[in-house]
Design a protein around this ligand. Structure first.
Ligand code: HEC
Length: 126
């Protein structure tokens, strides 16, 4: 009985780790307690919000295309999952870059709602 409980807990924990772009969308929507908006995600991503940069400054307004770092000019692989199968498959990477890029772009963390909206928009790009 105890073993079954442990296995169930382990399975539960693994299931909670987001590993596909849709898992991230579901996770952020759950954290936000509201569903995502593709239109809101598009304007959030492409508009500057007080700072020098928008997300599009490095990832372009069409993130199915490769981007370029606004400061270092280094090439950045496309961010949209349709164009880059490696995107949004690693929890640590996604959390790290949302933290860093939101801070660089907005001088604050992105809210769960903002992340959900960006995910929904990126997933809508073909
Ligand atoms: C100054 C340039 C720059 C800006 C502005 C920027 N990013 Fe990034 N972003 C990067 C770089 C560099 C990486 C890491 C290299 C890579 O993964 O290609 C990255 C990676 C990411 C990742 C990792 C995804 C994955 O699974 O690989 C996410 C998510 C992300 N950015 C979202 C955003 C969002 C949302 C914004 C706007 C709030 C934003 N970025 C603004 C440069 C930028």
């Amino acid at each position: 009985m105890r073993h079954i409980l442990i296995i169930a807990t382990l399975l539960g924990a693994t299931g909670a780790l987001a590993e596909t772009p849709r898992d991230f969308l579901a996770r952020f929507e759950k954290e936000a307690g509201a569903s995502a908006s593709v239109a809101r995600g598009a304007s959030f991503f492409t508009a500057r919000q007080g700072g020098e940069w928008s997300c599009a400054s490095c990832h372009t307004e069409r993130p199915t295309q490769p981007g370029r770092h606004a400061k270092t000019d280094k090439a950045i692989q496309p961010l949209a999952p349709a164009a880059n199968g490696e995107r949004f498959t690693n929890v640590a990477k996604v959390d790290k870059w949302f933290r860093r890029n939101c801070n660089d772009t907005l001088n604050r963390l992105c809210s769960a709602q903002e992340k959900a909206d960006v995910m929904a928009w990126l997933l809508s790009l073909k």
